[in-house]
Design a protein around this ligand. Structure first.
Ligand code: NIG
Ligand code: FE
Length: 434
């Protein structure tokens, strides 16, 4: 072994990280590797596995072991002397949130439209006048990569403090090749500096730019022949997305963009059924999308299309809250046996918040999910919606040490109960206390 290699091996040994969390009031979100092979649904999504008066030991970024405090004493854990010991008396420890749908990179807020909606305009009316996504696209063109990176970095740190430990970020405000590439490069840079995992989605069909409103074919050609190949060449995105909605992209146009992405190995996660029964869910399922997201407009037809498919329905109640439209029928979907996911949809138009604690509050109060169901939908099911479900999203030996420690509280249900308040006191990502 060369001198250098020896030194590396030594220094690696030295930086072996170890955190022992003791006296945990409730350790929640526990599961076996076998159970974690798929997203939770049926009885499993409703049943929260918990250990009271527990310990959790994290070594080198992974969950090493956990059990009761009596186990901890009996096992005489071989703790390295560098171990950080945290006393979680009176506190809850849970897996970090996996937010599988966001538009975290954007150039400007849209409070003017917020005020217009209060006065009676709808989201669709604002969009039809050239506001909405087109408004964000104009601001995107003016913004530099450095400005976008700085504001997105602040938002990312904010959501991490609120408990998000893995996230998906979409492009979609570029609306042309140059600006989409700009957005995606910002996300790539965020990935390099972020303490949490980031998955990137090319939102290739978000809205037709004004000059293509009457020329959809022209826009779709650019997407197929220039945008997707360029993004693929630079390896900038894992997934492809389309806003399948009346006034945006039709079912046929959505299918075409999904196919174009698939040719370059991009699996799809699409915006579906936010404002209408648009057929988005059905086409998503038919084309094997990983997830169909939004799902405000879901009835029997959509539920039966989803039933038995591998496509995960992702509900974004923050957008329904902010736009003042009807919520997703989450209770009915769980009762129908669907593995629902919860995500934030953090974006400047329909949900300027990435607070997953509040998403869980909405799921409980508005959709009648139990806190246990909301938690599974925000952790392990979110992880599956990003193909990370075998690595994170639950308390399981060998899983990523992404865990949250709350303020002192009586029971974990205080988290969604405390709407609008962040009860997360400590965030640990890959075994590091942030
Ligand atoms: O998920 N619905 C489409 N896209 C975003 C909103 C985009 C915007 O208004 O800026 C969403 O709600
Ligand atoms: Fe969205």
């Amino acid at each position: 072994m060369s001198k250098n290699l020896k030194f590396e091996a030594l220094s690696k040994r030295k930086i072996m990280s170890s955190i022992l969390i003791k006296n945990i009031k409730q350790l929640i979100g526990i599961a076996t590797a076998e159970e974690l092979k798929s997203a939770f649904y049926g009885a499993r999504i409703s049943k929260l596995e918990t250990i009271e008066n527990a310990y959790l030991w994290l070594v080198d970024g992974k969950i090493k072991s956990f059990g009761t405090m009596q186990d901890e004493l009996a096992l005489k854990l071989d703790l390295p002397n560098t171990t950080l010991i945290l006393d979680a008396s009176g506190r809850i420890v849970l897996p970090g949130y996996v937010d599988s749908h966001t538009h975290l990179v954007f150039a400007a807020t849209r409070e003017k439209e917020f005020c217009d909606r209060i006065k009676g305009l709808s989201y669709e009316e604002i969009a039809a006048r050239g506001g909405g996504i087109l408004n964000s696209a104009r601001r995107m063109k003016e913004a530099s990569e450095a400005q976008l990176l700085e504001s997105a970095w602040i938002r990312l740190q904010e959501v991490i403090r609120q408990g998000t430990t893995a996230i998906e970020i979409k492009s979609g405000y570029g609306l042309d090749v140059e600006n989409e590439l700009k957005m995606l490069r910002v996300i790539r840079r965020l990935k390099e500096i972020s303490p949490i995992s980031i998955k990137t989605t090319l939102l290739a069909g978000h809205a037709y730019p004004m000059e293509y409103r009457e020329n959809h074919e022209g826009f779709l050609k650019i997407v197929e022949e220039a945008l997707i190949p360029n993004v693929a060449r630079e390896g900038l995105a894992e997934y492809i997305d389309v806003f399948c909605e009346k006034g945006f992209f039709s079912v046929e146009e959505t299918a075409r963009i999904m196919d174009a992405g698939a040719k370059f190995g991009m699996k799809s996660k699409i915006h579906a059924n936010q404002l209408h029964h648009s057929g988005g869910i059905e086409i998503g399922v038919a084309k094997g999308a990983i997830s169909v997201d939004h799902c405000e407009c879901v009835g029997e037809a959509e539920i039966s299309a989803l039933k038995g498919s591998a496509t995960l329905p992702t509900l974004l109640p923050g957008a329904a809250f902010f736009l003042g439209i009807g919520y997703q029928p989450g209770r009915r979907m769980i009762d129908a046996g669907l593995p629902i996911v919860l995500a934030s949809d953090y974006n400047p138009g329909s949900c300027p918040s990435g607070n997953m604690n509040f998403v869980m509050s909405l799921a409980c109060t508005q959709m009648k999910l139990t806190p246990a169901e909301a938690l599974h939908a925000s952790t392990i099911n979110g992880a599956h919606a990003l193909e990370l479900g075998q690595q994170m999203g639950a308390i399981c030996e060998g899983y990523a040490a992404n865990v949250l420690i709350t303020e002192p509280m009586e029971d974990y249900s205080v988290i969604p109960y405390s709407f609008g308040t962040n009860r997360i006191e400590k965030v640990i990502v890959n075994g590091k206390l942030l």
